[in-house]
Design a protein around this ligand. Structure first.
Ligand code: UFG
Length: 351
């Protein structure tokens, strides 16, 4: 029997790509999600999951549930015996978190606490946590390795990632013999599944660069605002470590394998190790899409840093994982998804 893995936030961008990789690796994912940002398809099924079902020809068990609903969560843990949990559910918009900090703390921290307590009560002690390079704050050195100081991030969203990491670290310390956790610090996930059936579908105006560029390319937005061209970088625009979401998802499968050896609490960067500027990404998307992408230079965005890229060697050494795809493939797959689904999951036809 396939080992069951609970996937919180499995309907979202990274979560849904992990669901695909879990199934392909022979696991049985059970999804818990409040589907707060989800588009519904036939029979009210969240479209991302419906498309995975069509793509892989299987059905996926999912529960529409908020992690704040602790009795509801208990029920799912009573029904199943999980080998591990992958925890993606949470709010993630940096700007919104500055405006509504208490909301972010309640949803992200209380939701995670409920999950950890219910895991503890039901003897499920293997956890993969979706963390972020944001925990490093403004980098003191580049590339960023896992030893880099953490906690320096200034927005509430980033702080919730840091606090959740700390809760997990402390729980693993207290229950040394039993608990295993892998904290994965993502750099900038982009791209989409190569089928073009699932991808990132931000509701409203995209906050992140690549979804915005893709919407300009497809004609949904007129031009990109480049937030600052006076940074100390190769062309003055911000530099980030973009990683293909499928590579990222494979990193989670590698993390699951660590549990077989009772790994304790581990932390890994998931990035490629190479940084690209905003203008380099504009060029790469122009090439992938064959469309011109208009842009204008705008003032810096508050809270942005000049450069951020990973030292990903620890993940390679210990997880046996490294990113395979470069920016060409990331942009090609992003363009396939965006051009097949100009309005995201809403168009409902690309099945
Ligand atoms: N950018 C633009 N125009 C846009 C959007 C972004 O010029 O419309 C620039 C930014 O200034 C930055 C780069 O593109 O230089 C990347 O910006 P993103 O918003 O795509 O990504 P960030 O690195 O700012 O943020 C990401 C995640 C956050 C996480 C953070 C740190 O979205 O959740 O990395 O790890 F907190």
């Amino acid at each position: 029997m396939a080992e069951k893995v609970l996937v919180t936030g499995g309907g979202g961008y990274v979560g849904s790509h992990c669901v695909v990789e879990l199934i392909e690796a022979g696991y049985c994912p059970v999804v818990v999600d409040n589907f707060s940002n989800a588009v519904r398809g036939e029979g009210d099924v969240p479209e991302s999951l419906r498309r995975i079902e069509n793509l892989l020809g299987i059905s996926i068990e999912f529960h529409e549930l908020d992690l704040l609903d602790r009795p509801g969560l208990e029920k799912i843990f009573k029904k199943h015996s999980f080998f591990a949990v992958m925890h993606f559910a949470g709010l993630k918009a940096v700007g919104e978190s500055v405006e509504k900090p208490l909301h972010y703390y309640r949803v992200n921290l209380t939701g995670s606490m409920n999950l950890l307590e219910v895991m503890q009560a039901h003897g499920v002690r293997n956890l993969v946590f979706s963390s972020s390079a944001t925990v490093y704050g403004d980098p003191q050195r580049l590339p960023i390795d896992e030893q880099h100081p953490v906690g320096g991030c200034t927005n509430p969203y980033g702080k919730t990632k840091y606090f959740i990491e700390e809760m997990i670290v402390d729980q693993c310390k207290a229950e040394k013999q039993d608990w295993n956790a892998v904290l994965l610090r993502y750099f900038n996930p982009i791209g989409a599944h190569s089928s073009g059936l699932i991808g990132e579908d931000p509701q409203g105006i995209p906050n992140n660069l690549l979804p915005y560029i893709a919407q300009v390319a497809v004609g949904r937005r007129k031009y990109l605002k480049v937030f600052g061209n006076d940074y100390n970088t190769l062309d003055g625009t911000g530099v980030r470590d973009y990683i293909h979401v499928v590579d990222l998802a494979k990193g989670h499968i590698a993390a699951l394998r660590m549990f077989k050896d009772n790994c304790g609490c581990k932390v890994y960067n998931l990035g490629t190790g190479t940084g690209y500027s905003v203008l380099q990404m504009v060029k790469a998307m122009e090439k992938a899409s064959g469309r011109e992408i208009s842009y204008q230079i705008a003032p810096r965005r508050e809270g942005d840093i000049a450069s951020c890229y990973a030292d990903p060697r620890l993940a390679e050494k210990e997880l046996g994982w490294k990113a395979d795809f470069g920016i060409e493939k990331m942009c090609e797959d992003l363009w396939r998804w965006q051009s097949k689904n100009p309005t995201g999951f809403n168009n409902g036809t690309a099945s």
